[in-house]
Ligand binder design. Structure first.
Ligand SMILES: NC(=O)c1ccc[n+]([C@@H]2O[C@H](COP(=O)([O-])OP(=O)(O)OC[C@H]3O[C@@H](n4cnc5c(N)ncnc54)[C@H](O)[C@@H]3O)[C@@H](O)[C@H]2O)c1
Length: 368
């Protein structure tokens, strides 16, 4: 199989992760180009990762005939525009989470890729995280009997870039940023059942000076098969990223702590270079991770997507997956705004960003 040639849009946090992850599994794909608007950034990124071509405008990269697949690693508000432009240029698309900001954008992205005959792949790495994949394999074998509760939590001390805190660019706070993982996870783990209802409790506990977005979120998802998903998110957890699951069934349960559970419990009085994403200090007790990208599933995800492009595998996470998540995000923000659970399907039109359904509950009320 010839390698799938990837062009990355973006040159910072997630772009670095994608480039390193592709390099970790070099037999199926290679990064051949990068595009980023800040002067010097694309070139520096290309030098850092040994990438032959770099552009300041992603539309120039879309004209590069050597690029087959685009990784959209830019802020949320740009996902739809970049995806549609890439599809129109005949490129397959891997879109970072969340898929986009509005449901109309989700539909337009799915439609553009279908019309162009290219794949729209939704980058949910938790579907590939080795510990979580093992939990799902055991669940599918029946190890836990009938599963009635799946919990996923992702918490850290707050995002690294300003745009996440600006809800005009991000679409929402911790729920939008981190909850999209947990929503996708619960749905996937349970075998992709229909969502029956959604409830959420949202608040801004610590960062009201920096954002109008939620920095604490608890979302309860009721599935049509009777199982329940609970998704907990926070931007108020100092000490580095925490990502964990709990699964409960009639015959058993399992727990997985992706990062600290795989880490080296460490004490150092002087500190060291790096422990884990978003840890502000490495002094005292810390939980340094090893093979961080691998534990998340990023290299495995990119290998799967490359193999999908070559027709060797069928996507387990695509535009429709991202759209399911987007609908639950809408419902969760609306539920928090109205203070009651929202029955699905819930797909109000004309909402400019999910968080508006929390801040202006009348928008949600008008569509019920
Ligand atoms: N899967 C995950 O776990 C994960 C982790 C982090 C981020 N993400 C997602 O990846 C995306 C990027 O997040 P990030 O953390 O890398 O943000 P970041 O702020 O670190 O980087 C954003 C990049 O987008 C570039 N950019 C901005 N405007 C652009 C434009 N008009 N055209 C092209 N590029 C542009 C910036 O120059 C920068 O290089 C977000 O959607 C985020 O939610 C996913």
């Amino acid at each position: 199989m010839s390698k799938v040639r990837i062009g990355i849009v973006g040159s910072r946090f997630q772009a670095d992760c994608i480039a390193a992850s592709v390099k970790a599994m070099p037999e199926d794909a290679e990064v051949v180009a990068v595009a980023s608007p800040t002067p010097g950034n694309a070139e520096a990124f290309a030098t850092r990762h040994g990438i032959p071509a770099y552009y300041s405008d992603y539309r120039e990269m879309l004209r590069d005939r050597g690029v087959e697949m685009i990784s959209v690693s830019a802020p949320n508000r740009l996902h739809a525009r970049i995806t549609i432009d890439a599809a129109n240029a005949g490129k397959h698309v891997v879109c970072e989470k969340p898929l986009c900001v509005t449901l109309e954008e989700a539909d337009a992205m799915i439609d553009a890729c279908a019309r162009a005959g290219v794949l729209l792949l939704y980058a949910e790495e938790l579907f590939f995280a080795p510990k979580y994949v093992k939990a799902k394999q055991m669940a599918d074998e029946g190890a836990f009997g009938r599963i009635h509760l799946v919990k996923q939590s992702e918490k850290h001390s707050g995002p690294h870039s300003d745009w996440f805190w600006d809800v005009e660019q991000s679409g929402g706070g911790a729920l939008m940023d981190l909850g999209c993982h947990g929503i996708a996870f619960c749905w996937w783990f349970l075998g992709k059942p229909n969502v029956k209802s959604v409830y959420a409790q949202l608040s801004t506990q610590v960062h009201a000076g920096r954002t109008v977005g939620d920095d604490e979120a608890i979302t309860v998802i009721e599935f049509a098969n009777g199982a329940v998903g609970v998704v907990e998110n926070s931007w108020n957890r100092p000490g580095g990223m925490d990502d964990a699951i709990e699964v409960f069934g009639s015959k058993g349960q399992t727990y997985a702590d992706m990062l600290m559970g795989n880490a080296l419990p460490t004490y150092s009085e002087v500190g060291f270079d790096y422990a884990v994403e978003k840890a502000s200090s490495t002094r005292g007790w810390t939980y340094p991770v090893f093979e961080e990208h691998w534990n998340y599933g990023f290299p495995q995800e990119m290998r799967h997507f490359a193999r999908c492009v070559r027709g060797k595998e069928t996507p387990i996470s695509d535009g429709e997956t991202g759209r399911v998540v987007q609908q639950v995000l809408y419902a969760a923000y609306a539920a928090a705004g109205l203070g009651r659970k929202i029955s699905m399907p819930f797909a109000p039109k004309g909402i400019s960003k999910p968080i508006d359904l929390w801040k202006k509950p009348e928008l949600a009320q008008a569509t019920l």
